[in-house]
Ligand binder design. Structure first.
Ligand code: 13P
Ligand code: SF4
Length: 297
């Protein structure tokens, strides 16, 4: 940890970490947040080097917003299986089938896919983003079918869904959630919108990771059943020591988010690798889709 602090000073670096990162990475980070907050931080930082502790799409987002800065992804194999469920070619084909549709793309996507999109969203602003689209316009929502369906249920909009999903959240079964609800009958249930619709329908609240944290902080209940990745529990323990949280299923782990540990981080900061590169032609178009989202606040 001392070495990382020194490297941060030497390189004028900032470490941005997602809530799903290992506890020690959250501890050493300058900022811990959800995808939207990380994108906002990346667009505001004065640092020369952004160390993105998360998965590839998060580091790419930071680079798209900061082409002049060095962006490091400490574990080059940390991807997002959901982001890999849509390619730019496949999206172009779908757009040809729906030429008038506005393409709303979840940030959990590659830079090349963002470049084919009209506007990005995260799980915390997806409803707002969809509501910003004129009501008479068709919407193609990419790639998370569960988030897309949740947004459709909240907005009443007819949305064409891509058939992507998060293998970590989508696998949560109703029986597993019900077993936890029976074990902790006084608990409030709060889940991430990447869970399936029949899970969201049973929850007291459906929110992004930052939204789940706010919900736990601002709700009188003492016990919660949480439908999201286990790394998030570290955040809650730090911020709300008086609350008790149980995961909605026993194993709720995103392996990609666990690729970065302290050793990986030191190696990355010492060797300045892996430096994330986004080709300029793609970056400019992807920037526009991200900027359209960030402008909504
Ligand atoms: P958030 O938008 O809540 O940060 O979620 C990102 C993610 O990858 C969830 O699986
Ligand atoms: Fe991707 Fe799911 Fe992991 Fe989030 S939790 S990074 S959506 S695989």
């Amino acid at each position: 940890m001392d070495r990382i602090i020194q490297l941060k000073k030497d390189n004028n670096a900032v470490i941005l970490a997602h809530y799903y990162q290992l506890p020690e990475i959250q501890e050493i980070a300058d900022f811990v947040g959800d995808s939207l907050q990380l994108a906002q931080k990346a667009s505001q930082t004065k640092a020369d080097v952004i160390v993105s502790c998360g998965v590839r799409f998060m580091a790419e987002t930071a680079k798209i917003l900061n082409p002049e800065k060095m962006v490091l992804l400490p574990a080059s194999n940390a991807g997002c299986p959901m982001a890999d469920m849509v390619t730019a070619d496949a999206l172009r084909d779908k757009k040809a089938e729906h030429p008038d549709a506005v393409v709303v793309t979840y940030v959990n996507s590659s830079a090349a896919v963002k470049a084919e999109s009209d506007i990005c969203c995260t799980s915390s602003n997806a409803v707002r983003v969809v509501e910003s689209v004129p009501p008479d316009q068709e919407i193609l929502f990419v790639p998370d079918r569960n988030l897309g369906q949740f947004v459709a249920s909240q907005t009443g909009r007819r949305i064409i869904l891509w058939d992507g999903y998060c293998p970590v959240h989508d696998v949560l079964a109703v029986q597993e959630l019900q077993a936890q609800m029976e074990a902790y009958p006084d608990a409030r249930v709060v889940v991430h919108p990447e869970c399936q619709p029949d899970i969201s329908a049973r929850a007291d609240a459906v929110k992004s990771t930052a939204g789940i944290l706010d919900y736990i902080k601002n709700t009188d209940a003492k016990t919660f059943i949480v439908g999201t990745e286990e790394g998030f529990l570290h955040t809650v323990q730090q911020d709300c020591p008086d609350k008790t949280c149980y995961l909605a299923r026993k194993s709720f782990v995103c392996k990609d988010m666990k690729q970065i540990d302290l050793q990986t981080l030191v190696r990355s900061m010492e060797g300045l690798e892996e430096q994330v590169i986004v080709p300029e032609g793609i970056r400019q178009k992807a920037y526009q889709a991200l900027e359209n989202m960030l402008r909504l606040g």
